[in-house]
Ligand binder design. Structure first.
Ligand SMILES: NC(=O)c1ccc[n+]([C@@H]2O[C@H](COP(=O)([O-])OP(=O)(O)OC[C@H]3O[C@@H](n4cnc5c(N)ncnc54)[C@H](OP(=O)(O)O)[C@@H]3O)[C@@H](O)[C@H]2O)c1
Length: 268
């Protein structure tokens, strides 16, 4: 896909993967609508995007508020006349044993990681259909493919958004709107600052720029999925499909270590 002048609505643009993706996309001179709750990081990003010759429009919104998805899409339409690409990137996490997590934290993860992108996509579909390059990009997670202990709710939302995207891609097959799903592995962003999980617990980190580069390449190639984590991740996905009990045993051996490392992991 040619991204020149494309109207791209990107959620969670103020930090991490969204921030890196905005800057990588800006190299292709699109028109970017940058969404998040905090104004300042979005304004600073908008300046950098404009320095690269792309256009930027900042929208501050809490995407979990009733009516916010429709308002955000309407703002992008009013500014740029339509939406060609929607990137559902904003997300949150709260790790820990299910009994320990507050009910409000369960609900907040589902609201931002699953309900908001579904409603945003629904609100954007008329515009995406009008476009000659309609595309939805959902940022899932490696945990959406291989569910990890102490991430039960997060895993449910990330598997949910992945299946939402797959179903929608098939629903829209031949109708001019494509869906791409991105499954980042552990990525060095503000979301991971409160996690103590490292290589010993099976978390190898990469930069948000690497995820952004792979995503832009996938957009340009028309790919269906971006799965980060290299051969090791591919092997584990295959094992998890063919012999999930062996993955249970492997994770079971690291369980105590993992629990201690992630019990304070929260981006809320
Ligand atoms: N980092 C990883 O290791 C990793 C791995 C796999 C998948 N992912 C996924 O990648 C995506 C980006 O995560 P990240 O690591 O870049 O995290 P991040 O730096 O915490 O970014 C999340 C962004 O979402 C925005 N946001 C949070 N709550 C929001 C709300 N209610 N309404 C609107 N915007 C909201 C935040 O901005 P404001 O606070 O200003 O609203 C922030 O810019 C997420 O979907 C995450 O699940 C991350």
């Amino acid at each position: 896909m040619d991204l020149r002048n494309a109207s791209i609505l990107l959620t969670g643009a103020g930090s991490g993967i969204g921030h890196a993706l905005a800057l990588r996309l800006a190299e292709h001179t699109p028109r970017l609508t940058l969404v998040g709750r905090r104004q300042q990081p979005l304004d600073e990003l908008a300046d950098r995007v404009r320095e690269q010759g792309a256009q930027a429009h900042v929208v501050t919104a809490d995407l979990t508020e009733p009516g916010a998805p429709e308002t955000v899409v309407a703002s992008a339409r009013a500014e740029f006349g339509g939406v060609d690409v929607l990137v559902n990137n904003a997300g949150n996490v709260r790790a820990g044993r299910l009994e320990v997590i507050e009910e409000s934290e369960v609900v907040a993860q589902i609201a931002l990681n699953l309900t908001a992108p579904i409603l945003l996509t629904r609100a954007a579909l008329p515009s995406l259909r009008e476009s000659d390059r309609g595309l939805v990009i959902n940022i899932s997670s490696g945990i959406g493919l291989i569910a990890m202990p102490f991430y039960a709710t997060y895993a449910a939302t990330k598997a949910g958004i992945a299946h939402f995207g797959e179903a929608l891609r098939r629903e829209l097959y031949g109708e001019g709107v494509h869906v791409l799903t991105v499954y980042p592995g552990a990525t060095s962003t503000p979301m991971m600052e409160s996690s103590k999980a490292g290589v010993e617990e099976g978390f190898e980190y990469e930069s948000p720029e690497a995820v952004a580069d792979a995503t832009v390449e996938a957009i340009r190639n028309g790919s269906l999925n971006v799965i980060r984590g290299g051969q090791q991740r591919s092997d584990m996905i295959a094992t998890n499909r063919e012999d999930p009990a062996s993955v249970d045993r492997m994770l079971g051996e690291r369980k105590a270590l993992l629990e201690t490392a992630v019990e304070g992991h929260s981006s809320m």
